[in-house]
Structure formats: C-alpha cells, structure tokens
Ligand binder design. Structure first.
Ligand code: HEC
Length: 234
C-alpha cells in the first residue's frame, strides 16, 4: 500500500528521458477554459491602452447584474452612490475613489475593468471574486451611476419633463427641507479616526451615509460626554 506506482509532485523519475515526473506543456495547446482569445474582453486594453467600449451590448439585464455585483463588492468602500464614502471608509479606511470627479467621468470603461482586475493604490484587486463578465457589467453600471448623479434637463429626450426636487418634495408631502442636503443629528457617531475630514475632492463625508451630496455645513459632533460619539481624542 505504501509503495504505490505513482508520481509525487516535483519528484524525479527514471521513467521519462528528461528525468522529470511533471510533463512540460505541449506546444501550441491551451488548457480547457483558458483560451482567452478575445483579448479585449479579458484585458480592457487595445494596443496596450484602456479603451472605452463594452465588449457586449449594454442591456437592462447587464446593468441590473452590474448593480447587484456593485452593491455586493464595491459599496462597502465606494458607497451606493459611488462617492467613495462607504461604511469602511467612514470607519477609517483610505477614502475610496469618488466616481463623480471629472477625471473618472472621462475615464474609459476599460479603466474600471482594470481597476477591478488589478486593484489601484490602496484598493485590493477583485479578480478572484468578480469574473470578467461581471467586471464589465459593474463598469457599465458605474457609468449609469455617474449619469444618475449628474443628469441635466438636456439629457432628457425631447419633450420630457424634469421636475425640480423641491416640487417633488411638495407633491409627495415630504417634510420641509427633505429635498435639501441633510445634516446629521448631534448624537451621530462619526466614522473617521479623530473625526478628521477625509478630503475627498469636491466632496465631504463629514456627514456620512445620508446623501451623496453631504456638505461641509453639517454640524460638528456633539460636545464630549454628551453622546455616544466614539472620538479617540476624548
Ligand atoms: C476595501 C475597500 C474598497 C473596495 C471594496 C473597492 N474599492 Fe475601489 N477604491 C478603494 C480605494 C481606497 C481607492 C483609492 C485608491 C487610492 O487612492 O490609493 C479606490 C479607487 C477606485 C477607483 C478609482 C481609480 C482611479 O483611477 O482613481 C475605481 C474606479 C474603483 N476603486 C472601483 C472599484 C470597484 C468597481 C469596486 C468593486 C468591484 C471597488 N472599487 C471596490 C477601495 C475599495
């Protein structure tokens, strides 16, 4: 039983002329499932440069899949609106990319594919968790997110009507100020170590999580001892 006629990994053998038990790959063959013939689909690159195209049609199904995967894998850091102020960032992680900057709005789809595939700065890669087809779906969904945060009346098809937020507030009988930026109550627990500003360009997350439009005018945390605020300075 102990001495079976088998090869043990990395051990030599006198069975083959080259003395190795591991057989070299046969030239001009590709392992099953690893053909990757469609280079753009697997790299997002054309002539070594990130390109701006989805390798398949952007259907509603693709966007919904992208939204679902984005909400699973990206929101913890980038938040549901993609402003980079997700829960992990609120708890002290390096501010994640804000997708609503001019640079990332202009970034080609291949860039998002590549960031997911290889990581970016402090961001780890998600190649093990997110298959290439889903990376593209997420990239497509991020484009939709970018539009959602920056839509103008001129983006609406001819004859379409865009209702101002303030009118919606009135029509829906929401409390006054509902459509304005919200501020957090003084008892809110602030996320970053020492409550410092995370300094995301064009964005402040001193009011975490409530809206994608948090502004610098939000109140400071309550005075020491009056709330459950976790502030290491106290
Ligand atoms: C663990 C937190 C975390 C998660 C989860 C995460 N990211 Fe990031 N992401 C970051 C951080 C942090 C940065 C900024 C990196 C830096 O500046 O060093 C970043 C930056 C980015 C950027 C900007 C790159 C640039 O050119 O500036 C993109 C795009 C991005 N992430 C996409 C994604 C997508 C898509 C997902 C989900 C598959 C995701 N991220 C998940 C933390 C995260």
């Amino acid at each position: 039983m102990h001495d079976q006629p088998k090869f043990i990994p990395q051990r030599g053998t006198d069975f083959y002329a080259d003395g190795r038990s591991v057989r070299p790959q046969v030239d001009n063959t590709v392992a099953r499932g690893q053909l990757h013939e469609d280079t753009y689909f697997y790299t997002g690159l054309v002539n070594g440069k990130e390109a701006d195209a989805l390798p398949f049609p952007a259907t509603l199904e693709v966007l919904e899949r992208g939204q679902e995967r984005y909400n699973v894998y990206c929101t913890p850091c980038h938040s549901r609106v993609g402003n980079g102020a997700g829960m992990i960032v609120q708890r002290g992680y390096r501010p994640a990319g804000n997708f609503h900057t001019a640079r990332l709005e202009a970034a080609p789809l291949g860039h998002f594919f590549n960031v997911i595939s290889h990581g970016y700065g402090a961001m780890p890669d998600y190649s093990a968790q997110v298959a290439p087809v889903d990376r593209w779906a997420i990239a497509a969904y991020i484009r939709a997110l970018q539009l959602s945060q920056n839509a103008k009346p001129s983006d609406v098809a001819n004859g379409g009507h865009v209702q101002p937020l303030a009118d919606i507030e009135k029509d829906e009988e929401f409390p006054a100020g509902f459509a304005s930026n919200w501020s957090l109550p003084g008892t809110a627990v602030y996320g970053t170590p020492n409550n410092q500003d995370n300094d995301i360009p064009g964005e402040s997350i001193t009011s975490p999580g409530i809206t994608g439009n948090a502004t610098k005018s939000n109140p400071a945390p309550a005075a020491p001892g009056t709330s459950g605020t976790a502030n290491p300075k106290q």
